[in-house]
Design a protein around this ligand. Structure first.
Ligand SMILES: Nc1ncnc2c1ncn2[C@@H]1O[C@H](COP(=O)(O)OP(=O)(O)OP(=O)(O)O)[C@@H](O)[C@H]1O
Length: 373
């Protein structure tokens, strides 16, 4: 484990009746990138503002590099925290050139020009120092904002959805570039994002937030494979949910016997990602996994086939090649990967309850399918 840079303990911030942050605990290791992901309004931006010192907390404390920077009644101001921040809209100064923007936070005039030039080279904008923000593309503005935040060498960099204004093509490229720049600088980063792919691809650790608290923290792979609740599972990818009976390392369910990622006993809710399932055309009615095809959708790199099991459960299966089935066909679903599962006798408290939908309305992407009782 790396040295710990930030500790948040029981942090709370209320705005009147809105409990924006409500008893939050979080630890950030130095030099690592943490992606903070959660539904709209769960308190992500408020947490960044508390870390930066733009808000005073109501309860708990925050430590930065071993110093208590916030507790009830005491807040170290932002300029004394050595924290950099990049906002969604980059917030560049429109009347300052690229070089002046990047040099803005550098108090010491000695060597300023050299440092600014160095940062502009690092973010690939060496030739654009004298341009104004309106003369730059979105991706270039994003890199200026990053250089401006990094130039004073902050202990901690806070990124609030910094890629959301970029189109899909540019986004992937800028994201890769930013990752390289941050890795090279060795900066500790908190990245707020709504984009699960961004969270999974960029982060060393992912922190899932819901209703003002951290619901789960872990490596991208651990959270994707073993989410703590169905809501966490749905935030990080598409899910299929099935009821079953766990018998140790396997569980019995409508797909027959499926392996479990973690041994369990008793009634369980099973979670299988669409790519953890396979589909075979035709099946005997009543055989495990027997289903009817509802629809197929093309997603570029893969297809998704929606099917309904005899018991009524809707599942989505991902295929890498064009499916050999059409809507209305009989087929058979099988699990080709172990399932995650949650005990139903000691069900985890679900503060990220999946959104309810009226029957007949197609499931939104990432929303768990309904599981008939
Ligand atoms: N200055 C404020 N005054 C009153 N309520 C606020 C204020 N700032 C945030 N809130 C409320 O606190 C809650 C958390 O807001 P916050 O912006 O932190 O959420 P978020 O997770 O960043 O949302 P989003 O993903 O939509 O940006 C919301 O209910 C919001 O309305």
């Amino acid at each position: 484990m790396n040295e710990i840079l930030v500790r948040c303990h029981d942090v709370a911030k209320h705005f009147g009746p809105a409990r924006a942050v409500d008893g939050l605990d979080l630890v950030l290791e130095r030099g690592r990138l943490t992606a903070l992901i959660g539904p709209s309004g769960c308190g992500k931006t408020t947490l960044l503002r508390l870390l930066a010192g733009f808000e005073a907390l109501d309860r708990g404390w925050i430590e930065l590099a071993g110093h208590r920077v916030a507790e009830h009644g005491r807040t170290v101001p932002p300029e004394q925290r050595r924290i950099g921040m990049v906002f969604q809209d980059y917030a560049l100064f429109p009347h300052l050139t690229v070089a002046q923007n990047v040099g803005f936070g550098l108090r010491d005039a000695r060597g300023r020009e050299k440092r600014v030039a160095g940062w502009l080279e690092r973010v690939g904008l060496g030739g654009l120092a004298e341009r104004y923000p309106h003369e730059l593309s979105g991706g270039q503005q994003q890199r200026v904002a990053l250089a401006r935040a990094l130039a004073p060498e902050p202990e901690l960099l806070l990124l609030d959805e910094p890629f959301s204004n970029l189109d899909a093509g540019l986004r992937a490229r800028v994201r890769d570039e930013v990752r390289e720049i941050l890795e090279e600088a060795g900066t500790t980063v908190v990245l707020v994002t709504h984009d699960r792919e961004e969270a999974l691809t960029l982060a060393d650790q992912v922190a899932v937030m819901g209703a003002g608290r951290i619901l789960q923290v872990g490596s991208p792979e651990d959270l994707y494979r073993c989410p703590a609740t169905p809501g966490v599972a749905a935030l990080l990818g598409q899910v299929n949910l099935l009821r079953g009976e766990a018998l140790g390392s396997v569980a019995r369910c409508d797909l027959g016997e499926v392996s479990l990622l973690d041994p369990q006993r008793g009634p369980v809710l099973l979670m299988l990602r669409p790519e953890w399932l396979s589909l075979e055309p035709a099946s005997h009615e009543g055989a495990p996994g027997a289903c009817r095809v509802l629809r197929t959708t093309y997603h570029g790199a893969f297809w998704l086939v929606a099917v309904r099991l005899a018991a009524g459960t809707e599942l989505r299966v991902q295929t890498q090649t064009r499916p050999r089935v059409r809507p209305g066909d009989r087929a058979c679903v099988q699990a080709v990967h172990a399932a995650a599962c949650w005990s139903q006798s000691a069900a985890p408290r679900e503060s990220l309850a999946p959104a309810r939908r009226p029957s007949g309305i197609p499931l939104a992407e990432g929303q768990p399918a309904r599981v008939p009782r």
